[in-house]
Design a protein around this ligand. Sequence first.
Ligand code: UDP
Ligand code: MG
Length: 324
Amino acid sequence: MDLSIVIPIYNEAECVEALCQALDEALRPLSKDFEVLLIDDGSTDETPALLAKLVEKYAYLRVIRFRRNFGQTAAMSAGFHHARGEIVITMDADLQNDPADIPKLLAAMNADTDVVSGWRKDRQDPFWSRKLPSMLANGLISRITGVGLHDYGCTLKAYRRSVIQDVHLYGEMHRFIPALASWVGGRVIEVPVEHHPRRFGTSKYGLSRTVRVILDLITVKFLMRYSLGPMQMFGKIGLFFVVPSLLLFALMIGGHLSFLVFGTTLAAELVKRPFWIVSATMLMFLGVQFISMGLLAEIQIRTYHEAQDKRTYVIRECWPPVKS
Ligand code: UDP
Ligand code: MG
């Protein structure tokens, strides 16, 4: 199969019919072998009923229903696991992304490209609550991951399936796939895409997402840089505290010895002050904490890499049912 379209859907009853219509118009003329995977992320409105009708109408449509709301990242990850196409394209259900851009992404996906990232050059969202935080976040993500993109947050992106099949996605991590892909040697390019205001339904997110994205960025950076040796990071921080602590203890012991040998000296007077003993003890504690955290992380990261096939979602049913 050539192409899989993956679309997470959460309470989008107002959009799904228009979405399928628009997809049909964009995909049929391509004369490719394609499928559309709609992942119903535990919708509580009429979305499931509408999807049940739509699978009857469009033969290439597959629906994966989650047992509850697991979030957009988990939904995308389920889409990736079930996709059969060589190329996988993700997009939002609310028609803010335009299915008419799909041919453009496919055209940009040549033999040396693994990810084509959509860039909402003329983004139709509120400035203060969306565009500004997103601009800052994109700058930060580009700097920290070393993969410069204008629009990490744009869901409309095309991936070579071989590149995404093995990435494990947690939290809000779907937006970092281009960075993760580049990290495993994938080549990433960017193309400008259309963006429309949300016409139906409401956005599922607020400003709090920015904080979650930043925390996930720390995780991604950590995994990219230290996934095979977290002790390299925690250990360095630990030593940064332990070494001065040892020096302080040496100073105190030296001070007490000089008192025993020479009677009162300046060093002995100095080290009697609580500041020194408190600092030395605190630093030692911090250092030991970091080093033991590093060791724990080493164990964790081994579990992370070695626990195969751990999924972050639970599927209720698939339409049409998949044989396993
Ligand atoms: N979505 C989802 N699960 C969630 C929240 C959102 O599958 O828990 C889907 C939603 O239906 C939409 C896409 O993720 O297709 C993006 O959501 P939204 O349009 O609300 O985000 P925005 O465009 O406002 O950033
Ligand atoms: Mg949207």
